[in-house]
Design a binder for this molecule. Structure first.
Ligand code: UDP
Ligand code: MG
Length: 333
């Protein structure tokens, strides 16, 4: 593709960075990202989302924002989790292109110019495909299994090994923030919107402190959100199980009746009875469990609870034209 979008001083780039207890790395991260953005000769903003950090991440970010008007810090009122924090950042982003990255140095900031090159060529979404993950073998195994399963069962074509790290055009950002679903899986939503997409392969670094903030339970919930919001497979499989169960039931009935009326042999023993009963019991329980997952989601969507609450913000672009501080009515979004 030839160049479609020119990059100049008028081009505005937003970098969105959700951070939860990352105080050890924030100053370095800021410096590295700013160096890269400065070299690009564009206008930019760095949007940090302080997702209810309990260390001094908030103070560090405020210090940075005090010195640099291009830094916006959104302090959420508590820890809402990575995906809602990301959504908060996207809602504040004003750039022509919006880059999403983690604040733990796992996403190499050096990739930003590569994203922009593809965006200039006309791609609306450029995402990082992770190769050579530096995480431990068990985590790598689960990530691989998850991405493959998702690809197999998903109704949307979600690329393998593509996480949050990537660039989206302004129009894509507008679309994604307009989605009202609560249980969000950003890489899935980004694939779902369509437009011109491109994956570029990058090495995924190790976390600077080896202590994941999302955690295993968080990853499990994210995987569940991805599978249930982008696939109806868990429900469909029960139709399949149901049909098999029906066939087995018919087979067993015929066998029992045949024994009773034609052979006159006594009914089979307890074992087969118990196996059959427990088999159907298990099917019922699992079916109800999966239905429950959907009901929970319907309930959550119907409630329309805000995805996040902003407690205060520094250098809020929405407020620049008005007063310097966040007004009360910014508390709910
Ligand atoms: N994060 C967040 N809120 C949370 C958990 C994580 O904003 O409740 C941020 C975290 O600071 C990091 C990014 O989300 O910048 C990814 O988190 P983590 O590195 O723990 O996830 P992993 O890379 O292990 O998937
Ligand atoms: Mg990480």
């Amino acid at each position: 593709m030839s160049t479609i979008r020119e990059i100049s001083r008028d081009t505005r780039i937003s970098v969105v960075l959700p951070a939860f207890n990352e105080s050890a790395i924030l100053s370095d991260l800021y410096r590295i990202v700013i160096d890269i953005l400065e070299k690009l000769n564009v206008t930019y903003e760095m949007i940090f989302i302080n997702d209810g950090s309990t260390d001094n991440s908030g103070e560090i970010l405020d210090e940075i924002a005090k010195k640099d008007p291009n830094v916006i810090v959104i302090h959420l009122s508590r820890n809402f989790g990575h995906q809602p924090a990301l959504q908060a950042g996207l809602e504040y982003a004003t750039g022509n292109a919006v880059i999403v990255m983690d604040a733990d140095m796992q996403d190499n900031p050096e990739t930003i110019p590569q994203f922009l090159k593809e965006w200039q060529k006309g791609y609306d979404i450029v995402y990082a495909v992770r190769v050579n993950r530096k995480e431990n073998i068990l985590k790598r195994f689960f990530f691989n299994a998850f991405y493959r399963l998702l690809k197999f069962i998903s109704d949307t074509k979600i690329p393998l090994n593509a996480g949050n790290f990537g660039l989206i055009d302004r129009k894509v950002c507008k679309q994604i923030i307009s989605f009202h679903e609560h249980d969000r899986y950003y890489p899935g939503l980004r694939s779902w919107v369509g437009f011109k997409q491109k994956g570029i392969e990058i090495d995924r670094g190790a976390r600077y402190d080896d202590a994941t903030r999302v955690g295993l339970i968080g990853l499990f919930k994210l995987a569940k959100a991805a599978i249930i919001s982008f696939s109806s497979f868990p429900l469909t499989i029960f139709l399949f199980f149901g049909i098999i169960a029906l066939i087995m039931f018919l087979g067993l009935s015929i066998l029992t009746l045949y024994h009773k009326f034609f052979l006159g042999i006594a009914s089979p023993g307890w074992a087969s009875f118990l196996i059959t009963v427990s088999f159907f019991g298990a099917i019922n329980a699992l079916g109800i469990g999966i239905l429950g997952e959907y009901v929970i989601r319907i309930y959550s969507e119907v409630r329309q609870r805000p995805l996040f609450l902003v407690e205060r913000c520094s250098n809020d672009p929405k407020e620049r034209t008005k007063s310097k501080t966040c007004p009360e009515n910014n508390m709910t979004k």
